[in-house]
Design a protein around this ligand. Sequence first.
Ligand code: DUC
Ligand code: ZN
Ligand code: ZN
Length: 490
Amino acid sequence: MGYDLVIRGGTVGTATGVFKADVAIADGKIAAIGVDLPAGEREVSAHGKYVLPGGIDTHSHVEQVSAGGLLNADTFESATTSAAFGGNTTLISFAAQHRGLDLRKVVSDYSVLAERGALIDYAFHLIVANPDRKTIETDLPALISEGHASIKIFMTYDLMKIDDEPLLDLLLTARRNRALVCVHAENHGMISWMGKKLVEKGYVHPKYHSISHPRGSEPEAFNRLIAAAELLDQPIMIFHVATAEGVKVIRDARDRGLKVFAETCPQYLFMTKEDLDKPGMEGAKWMCSPPPREASDQQSLWQALALGDIQAISSDHAPYRFDESGKLSAGPSPNFKQIANGLPGLETRLPLMFDALVSKGRPEFAGRGLEAFVQLTATAPAAIYNLPGKGAILPGYDADMAIWDPEKTVTITHEAMHDRTGFTPFEGFVVKGWPERVFRRGDEIIADGACKASPGSGRWLARTGGIAAEPRGVLVAEMDPERNFGATLL
Ligand code: DUC
Ligand code: ZN
Ligand code: ZN
């Protein structure tokens, strides 16, 4: 068979090893990996470079309307362009149901937007904020069977939060239909109470956002969530872990054998609450939920990544401009409760992680930083969210790859970014290592500093829940008919 393309002489990185090899591509798939492969119709040199799987960013908010009615700044075209420049070839964003909305209509609306604009491959998590009978008993089972095999819920935010009882309904539906449940887990009461008290007393500056999310709000919600998931024997994914106490809850649950997956994001690895303490409103650019914490939390998160307690890194890209369309929508001097939460990050996630893991060689990874980089940003996300053919350089897999120049040093600036946020919280960070060329299903989509893919050329990826979403089959006494006087509840 003739090859369409051979990427020659690079160092190939996988989650389990690093080796010099040529990679041949035919019909958008990886056809062969080896030394001195026959010539392809097209040849690309990767000498002195790394050839790595395209990144998979599994948590990004795109063209999403917030519960408060604020449309975020990116379209599928701008977000996926930015993601591609940052070395990504797949993204999972959200179809966000708000109170009173019909979930099927929501999914169909987001699908239209993505089909029109996305230029890398994509899937959706289904945000459920209106857990009525139709959503839970009819729409979710149908949508999951059609290929949307993950649900996202919030335990906080006034207009989004799911209380304990509907949480159980959702976990049960997910179990019966084999979908993973992803959760923004923070204790709503503590955050709401603290926010009111701080504002009442005049503590309104953006830095108080971090104080208003007491660190105990994270482990409390994790524990409650995990108890509910254990009751129903349902796998869960805890989004954007930020505290050492949260890590400990996850570690303990996993030690007990529960299927609790977790991710964190660069903002929790590279920022602290001090980043919000800037003159005037400037700190609003660093406002996200949960907030960045302390240097000691960063240390715990790195350790959790190295030990496998946290399995993936996402961006939680949530682009709100620093103007009246976004962060300052309530006026030029809002109190922190009136400021949209979220940061851009699709384009910076991989370079920041490459710099830390590969170029600087974080000690927790004991010389295996490149393998860890691939695992945390591509291979594990593909496995957890069941994206067959994605996330690794293997024969038969989609030819989704990026060629990284490990010597290229870049100072991150917002002018160089391709999203529409207009700022980056990583402004001025100097990183070594950059994705120079990006291939999506064999097509070169980033080359010579330009994007070559057309909007709409990204494909929707239908997914089943896969292994991650399979229940363990271990029932607590209350759910086990042999120990609960014969009640069948699952
Ligand atoms: N927090 C969220 O819960 N979602 C989007 C961004 C953020 O900061
Ligand atoms: Zn969240
Ligand atoms: Zn989010």
